[in-house]
Design a protein around this ligand. Structure first.
Ligand code: UDP
Length: 239
């Protein structure tokens, strides 16, 4: 088997990834297809942690726009991520992959509370750990939760799954001349306001020298190629 570039990864999925074509709700087929992608990686011996968003259900900003209290709206978003985490857990376990959902907000009947050392232990035992409820704090995003948890559990990379094959200087769906970046520095992402992750997440990655790889999870070969160290997607790092 080819040498692995990354032994422990954190995969960041947006909630919309679970929503299928519409991007809303949970498309069980889509959850299964994501789960089988994760299983392939797990079967290569890679330790996998996952942070999942909730854009398919609720984002705090939706409530804010309608006059809701920001913290309440954000807590609703965090709760929604736990439902997504459970859907992914279910899809993975049906494929025979051992998982643990760990929640930043205690809800012991359905998820373990997040305890860093326990999370690391699960990863070492080959379980896929799904982090729910973001950071547990309003005013943050699940991108920031991904950067935070990846740093805490010593993941070697954050893999941000998108539906395009990397970061472009314009929307490739609207602009046929859009140029794809193979590599970017954190500063370039921040200065050019490129849509990789929000600035809090990028800064956290920068300060902790944690690379971010943006790739198309729906291109079945991209993730496996990335793990073998082939140049796919866009790599954001300090270089
Ligand atoms: N959220 C939060 N704190 C966190 C993570 C998430 O308050 O640490 C809330 C926030 O309202 C956010 C929502 O949960 O809009 C869903 O997360 P996100 O928008 O990051 O989901 P994604 O865009 O990845 O689907």
């Amino acid at each position: 088997m080819a040498e692995l570039k990354y032994k422990r990864i954190l995969l960041k999925l947006s909630g919309e990834a679970l929503g299928g074509g519409s991007g809303f709700g949970i498309d069980v087929d889509e959850a299964e297809s994501i789960a089988s992608r994760i299983k392939e990686v797990r079967d290569m011996g890679v330790e996998v942690a996952v942070v999942i968003g909730a854009g398919n259900r609720w984002r705090g900003k939706q409530g804010l726009e309608r006059g809701m209290d920001r913290s309440t709206a954000d807590y609703m978003g965090m709760l929604a991520t736990v439902m997504n985490a459970m859907a992914l857990m279910d899809a993975l376990e049906r494929l025979g992959v051992m998982t643990r959902v760990m929640s930043a907000i205690e809800m012991r009947a359905i998820a373990e509370p997040y305890i860093r050392r326990r999370a690391v232990r699960h990863l070492e035992k080959g379980r896929v750990v799904i982090f729910g409820a973001g950071t547990g704090n309003p005013f943050f995003s699940t991108d920031t939760a991904a950067a935070l948890r990846a740093t805490e559990v010593d993941a070697q990379v954050v893999i941000k799954a998108t539906k395009v094959d990397g970061v472009y200087d314009a929307d490739p769906k609207k602009n046929p001349d859009a140029k794809k970046f193979d590599q970017l520095s954190y500063i370039e992402v921040l200065n050019r306001r490129l849509e990789v992750m929000d600035s809090t997440a990028i800064t956290l990655c920068m300060e902790n020298h944690l690379p971010i790889l943006v790739l198309n999870l729906w291109d079945t070969s991209a993730l496996l190629a990335a793990l073998r160290g082939e140049a796919v997607g866009t790599l954001v790092s300090g270089d």
